[in-house]
Ligand binder design. Structure first.
Ligand code: GUN
Ligand code: FE
Length: 516
C-alpha cells in the first residue's frame, strides 16, 4: 500500500502499488498502481526486469509506504531541554531555558555526543529532511553536520548568527567574527562527500540569523552580501512569533534605519511593490531590507503577520514553517494558516494580469511544518500535524463565518492538507520540490514504512485490533477506504512505534526495525 500527496487538497491512496527504486542512485524509477502479488512478474516484465534483477520488499496488511516527513524548523541543541520551560513566553524562555543550554555546546565533544543521540531520534520519528539550527559555535555546529552526514539524513545545517541582545556568556564578539565562522561552516559542510551514486549532497549549509533582535544592522548587512554572492545558499530565521518580540524588533529597526532592499519588490496581484509601501516598520520589512527574503528562505512561525508582510513574503517567494506545537506551548498564538494557504492558492491559480511576463513563474505562498524543538515539546512531525489540525480548529471556532470565495481561511485543515504540509510543503519551502516530498518517479526515495498492526502497541492500532477481534478483518470496508482509515489513525494516534523503516535516497537509515 502506498500513500502520497498530490496537492494541498488531494492525496493518492493505492492499496496495491509497486514502486521501484534504482539501486545505484536511490531515486524512484517507476510506480505502478493495482499490482497484486500474483501479478508481480508481469509487472516487472513490463519494465524489462526479471525476478533475478530485483530485491522485492513486500509489505504486510496494515503497513503502507509514504514520503518521509520534512521538518522545516528544529533546534538540535535544544533537544535536551524538551518538555521543560513551558511556563515562559518566548523572550523569557530564551533567557532562562534556552541560552544556558545552547552555551554548553561550546564544548565540541559534548556537542558531538549530544547530537549523535538527537539525530538518531529525529530519524526514527520519520523526519527524512530537517532544517537544523545549531548554536552560535562553529566547531559544535560542524559536529552536528558530521553526525547528520554519518547517519545519512537529508538536512540543512546552520550556525546561529547573534551579535547582540544575547547574554554575555552566549554572544558573538562582532559581526565580522560571526561572518568568518559562517564562511568556515559553509566550507566545512560543502566539503562533506556526497552519497554514492553521484547524487547531490544530502547535507547542505543554510544561513541562520537567529532572529532580527539578535543581529545588529552591520551583521544583517554582511549576511545580505554573503547571500547575494551565493544565490544557492539557503536562509532560515524566525519571524513574527510573539507580541513582545515583534514590539522589540520594531524598536530596534525603525524604518529610517533600514537600507533599500537589494532588489525592488515585484508586483503581486496588481499591487506594485515599488510604488507601494516597502514594508518599512514591519518585521518582514526588516528582513527584506537586508536581502534575506528569497525563494530559498524558510521563515519560522509567522503567527502575527499583517497583510503587508504576507504580500512581501509572497512576492519574494519565501516559505513559511508553521510550528503549532511551539506556538501553543510558548503561548505565542494560533497562526492563520488557512489564510496563508489561500494566498498561495489564489496566486497559483493565475489571478495575474496575463501581460506581465515575469509573473509566469507561479508565485505561491508556501507553507510547511516545523517541530521547533524545544519551543515545541515533540520531535515528531506527527505531533506538528495534530497541533496544526487543532490550531486550525481553534481559528475556525473563533471565526465561525469564513469569508466566501476562500478555500482554507478560517476553516479546519483536512487530512490531505495536513499530509501535504508535512511532506511536499516542506519540499516546496526548502526549494527541493522536484527532488523530495512525494513518491513520484525521478524523485529521491525518501520514504517511511508505516505500520498500524497491533505489535506497534499504541492507539493507532486499536481500531485495527478491534476489527480483528470482531472477525471483520477490514471492517467490511474497501481496501482504499481502509487505507484512508489507517492514514488518519497514524496521523492522529501514531508515533515512532509505527515507523518501521526510514529511507533516505534509497538507503535504510532508521525506524523501529532498523533499531532492533
Ligand atoms: N526566536 C529566537 N530564537 C528562538 C528559538 O530558539 N526558538 C524559538 N521558538 N524562537 C526563537
Ligand atoms: Fe525556533
Amino acid at each position: 500500500a502506498l500513500i502520497t500527496p498530490v496537492s494541498l487538497t488531494e492525496h493518492r491512496t493505492l492499496p496495491h502499488a509497486l514502486l521501484a527504486v534504482a539501486r545505484d542512485t536511490g531515486d524512484i524509477a517507476w510506480v505502478e498502481d493495482d499490482v497484486h502479488p500474483s501479478a508481480l512478474q508481469d509487472a516487472l516484465a513490463r519494465h524489462g526486469l526479471g525476478a533475478e534483477d530485483v530485491d522485492v520488499v513486500e509489505l504486510k496488511l496494515g503497513e503502507f509506504l509514504m514520503p518521509g516527513f520534512i521538518d522545516t524548523h528544529i533546534h538540535a541543541p535544544q533537544v535536551p531541554n524538551i518538555g521543560s520551560g513551558q511556563q515562559y513566553e518566548l523572550l523569557d524562555w530564551l533567557d532562562h531555558v534556552t541560552f544556558p543550554m545552547e552555551a554548553r555546546f561550546a564544548d565540541a565533544d559534548f556537542a558531538r555526543r549530544t547530537y549523535t543521540s538527537v539525530i538518531k531520534r529525529t530519524i526514527d520519528y520519520g523526519s527524512t529532511t530537517c532544517c537544523y539550527y545549531g548554536t552560535l559555535h562553529l566547531d559544535g555546529t560542524a559536529a552536528l553536520a558530521d553526525v547528520i552526514h554519518a547517519y545519512g539524513q537529508r538536512a540543512f545545517v546552520g550556525k546561529c548568527n547573534m551579535d547582540r541582545n544575547s547574554p554575555d556568556y552566549y554572544v558573538e564578539s562582532s559581526a565580522d567574527a560571526s561572518i568568518a565562522a559562517t564562511h568556515a561552516l559553509i566550507a566545512h559542510i560543502r566539503a562533506l562527500p556526497p552519497p554514492p551514486g553521484g547524487a547531490e549532497p544530502l547535507v547542505r549549509p543554510i544561513l541562520t540569523p537567529r532572529f532580527a533582535i539578535s543581529c545588529s544592522h552591520e551583521l544583517l548587512g554582511k549576511l545580505g552580501k554573503l547571500a547575494e554572492a551565493d544565490p544557492a545558499l539557503h536562509i532560515q530565521t524566525h519571524i513574527s512569533e510573539n507580541a513582545g518580540e515583534i514590539a522589540f524588533t520594531r524598536e530596534l529597526f525603525p524604518p529610517d534605519s533600514l537600507p533599500a532592499p537589494p532588489k525592488p519588490l515585484p508586483m503581486v496581484n496588481g499591487i506594485d511593490g515599488v510604488k507601494g509601501k516597502s514594508g518599512g516598520g514591519t518585521y518582514a520589512g526588516v528582513y527584506d531590507a537586508f536581502g534575506m527574503l528569497r525563494e530559498n528562505t524558510v521563515l519560522a512561525h509567522a503567527v502575527h503577520l499583517d497583510e503587508e508582510e504576507v504580500r512581501i513574503i509572497k512576492a519574494r517567494g519565501a516559505g513559511i514553517s508553521h510550528c503549532p506545537t511551539s506556538n501553543f506551548n510558548l503561548r505565542s498564538g494560533c497562526a492563520r494558516v488557512g489564510m496563508l494557504l489561500d494566498h498561495g492558492i489564489k496566486v497559483g491559480r493565475g489571478s495575474f494580469p496575463a501581460y506581465a511576463p515575469f509573473l509566469l513563474r507561479p508565485l505561491v505562498l508556501q507553507v510547511s511544518l516545523g517541530t521547533d524543538v524545544s519551543g515545541g515539546f515533540s520531535p515528531s512531525i506527527l505531533a506538528a500535524m495534530q497541533h496544526a489540525s487543532m490550531c486550525s480548529k481553534v481559528v475556525a471556532m473563533q471565526s465561525p463565518h469564513p469569508p466566501p470565495n476562500t478555500r482554507f481561511t478560517d476553516r479546519q485543515l483536512p487530512i490531505a492538507t495536513l499530509l501535504y504540509l508535512a511532506t511536499q510543503g516542506g519540499a516546496d519551502v526548502c526549494d527541493m520540490r522536484d527532488r523530495v516530498g512525494s513518491l513520484a518517479p525521478g524523485k529521491a526515495f525518501d520514504a517511511l514504512v508505516v505500520s498500524v498492526r497491533s505489535d506497534a502497541g499504541n492507539p493507532a492500532t486499536w481500531g485495527v485490533d478491534m476489527d480483528l477481534e470482531l472477525g471483520v478483518r477490514d471492517g467490511g470496508k474497501s481496501a482504499a477506504v481502509e487505507l484512508e482509515n489507517f492514514l488518519e489513525r497514524f496521523l492522529f494516534c501514531g508515533d515512532d512505534r509505527n515507523i518501521r523503516r526510514v529511507y533516505v535516497q534509497g538507503r535504510l537509515i532508521g525506524g523501529k526495525e532498523h533499531r532492533a
